[in-house]
Design a protein. Structure first.
Length: 98
């Protein structure tokens, strides 16, 4: 795999891990019908703590050269993507059309 593909894979993996942590910690929720992720809470302390716990237990394996601090930055950036999205947009669109 080329280094560019490895970097893309690494970023996608870290983002997927951060979404999993955000959902597990209650910061975001996943729509049971569409799978869309949306914001649920504002505090990042529980997701940070959960991420560190999962990394420590080996449930999240960080790629070589990626520190916990760097993963925390990914976690914050991912959380920022979902701020302002307060519900599943597909559900909101469906109910607005009814």
């Amino acid at each position: 795999m080329s280094s560019a593909k490895e970097l893309i894979f690494e970023r996608e993996y870290l983002r997927a891990c951060s979404i999993e942590v955000l959902c597990a910690a209650g910061f975001t929720k996943r729509c049971p019908y569409h799978g869309e992720v949306f914001a649920h809470s504002l505090g990042l302390e529980p997701p940070y703590a959960l991420a560190n716990y999962k990394i420590g237990k080996g449930e999240i394996v960080l790629p070589t050269g990626v520190s916990r601090a760097e993963f925390s930055d990914v976690l914050k950036a991912t959380a920022d993507e979902f701020r302002g999205i307060c519900g599943c947009r597909a559900c909101e669109k469906y109910w607005a059309e009814e």
